[in-house]
Write a protein that binds this ligand. Structure first.
Ligand code: TXA
Ligand code: MG
Length: 332
């Protein structure tokens, strides 16, 4: 079922129409969203959805998010949608928020991974939306990477991971959010964040007056929400600022460690004469950090380092999404 042809890069003015034609024909096409690139297939076509699981090597009980062109499509997929869910959709769609809702009884679709719920989102990327509008249906789209690997934020990242395994990638530049959507379970009155992301509990409270609980307080386990995830090929390790001195001395013994830091270790790095290609500084602003985090990890990984050491970011709630991804990236 998987394409044996090299994956096409759709990069001309015709790219939207080409993507639509391939998706109509039941193929998988990677498309840019504002968060990360998604591996899209017609969510109403079981064979097309099956190709996503095969291309990614993803277990079939891990549910997929269905991307819809606008809020009026919710009722094709979900039932008993409560007022809070509508308030959230009104406030944040199109945008980086996925809502978990009760799946319609007759849905019987592989996108739910066998769960009684369904994840829905209206993405904010103009090219993804243009494809959705032409198709006027739902597109199942997990991140366009192999199972457990780093999420892609450019067409080149998708190509590196999935070339030959999918029909095409639509070239739509770099994703400007750079980290996956916030997932809120709104299937009951008790709203819960299942995956922290660009929209925080505080953003939700401020914009809608709704309280959502965070993963620490409810510990919800969902297939697909696994501990070791978002991983580069090289082992990634989170390091306290104090530990950087030891890592630096190993580096000077010729070990090929690469380092990502945000604020605190700059003096040590400068003093230890570490080759500049081995060190990456990310912002001390959590939004900017998130935007550049996967890009930095992809770039470093291409150099086949021995290890990637990442200075632990701060622990505040505004860092929840970054810390969630980094702790999974660093789980062996
Ligand atoms: O930003 C994003 O969310 C990107 C872009 C492409 O939209 N998509 C993405 O999909 O990150 P994926 O498959 O890599 O992660 C989606 C996660 C799944 O691992 C699963 O934990 C959760 O969404 N999910 C999907 N449907 C669910 C459901 N019915 N109940 C609970 N969790 C669900
Ligand atoms: Mg993913």
């Amino acid at each position: 079922m998987t394409s044996l042809q090299p994956t096409q890069l759709l990069n001309t003015e015709e790219r939207i129409n080409q993507a639509v034609a391939l998706l109509k024909a039941g193929e998988c096409v990677a498309l840019p969203t504002e968060t990360v690139y998604g591996l899209a297939a017609d969510a109403t076509n079981r064979d097309a959805v099956a190709k996503i699981f095969i291309a990614k090597g993803r277990p079939t009980n891990h549910p997929l998010i269905v991307h819809i062109p606008n809020q009026s499509h919710v009722h094709h997929w979900a039932k008993n949608v409560n007022k809070a869910a509508i308030t959230l959709a009104d406030a944040f769609w199109p945008g980086p928020l996925t809502l978990i809702l009760n799946a319609k009884d007759d849905l019987n679709s592989p996108v739910t991974g066998g769960l009684p719920t369904i994840g829905l989102r209206v993405p904010a990327h103009p090219e993804f939306l243009a494809v959705l509008k032409q198709l006027n249906t739902g597109l199942a789209a997990p991140s366009a990477n192999r199972y457990k690997q780093l999420s892609p934020i450019s067409a080149a990242h998708v190509m590196r991971d999935l070339n030959g395994r999918i029909s095409a990638v639509l070239q739509g530049g770099e994703c400007n959010v750079g980290i996956e959507s916030t997932i809120v379970d709104a299937s009951s009155q008790q709203l819960r964040i299942l995956r922290p992301g660009p929209i925080s509990a505080a953003d939700i409270l401020q914009k809608t007056g709704l309280h959502v609980s965070t993963p620490h307080s409810h510990n919800e386990v969902v297939p697909g929400n696994v501990k070791a995830h978002y991983q580069p090929n090289a082992p990634a390790m989170l390091a306290n600022t104090e530990d950087f001195a030891k890592i630096l001395s190993e580096n000077s013994q010729g070990k090929s460690h690469y380092l990502i830091y945000s604020t605190q270790v700059q003096q040590q790095l400068l003093a230890n004469d570490i080759p500049s290609e081995r060190i990456t500084k990310l912002s001390s602003c959590p939004i900017e950090y998130a935007k550049n985090m996967y890009k930095a990890l992809h770039l470093i990984d291409e150099k086949t380092p021995l290890n990637i050491y990442i200075e632990k970011p701060p622990v505040g709630s505004e860092w929840a999404a970054v810390n969630d991804r980094l702790s999974r990236a660093a789980t062996s």
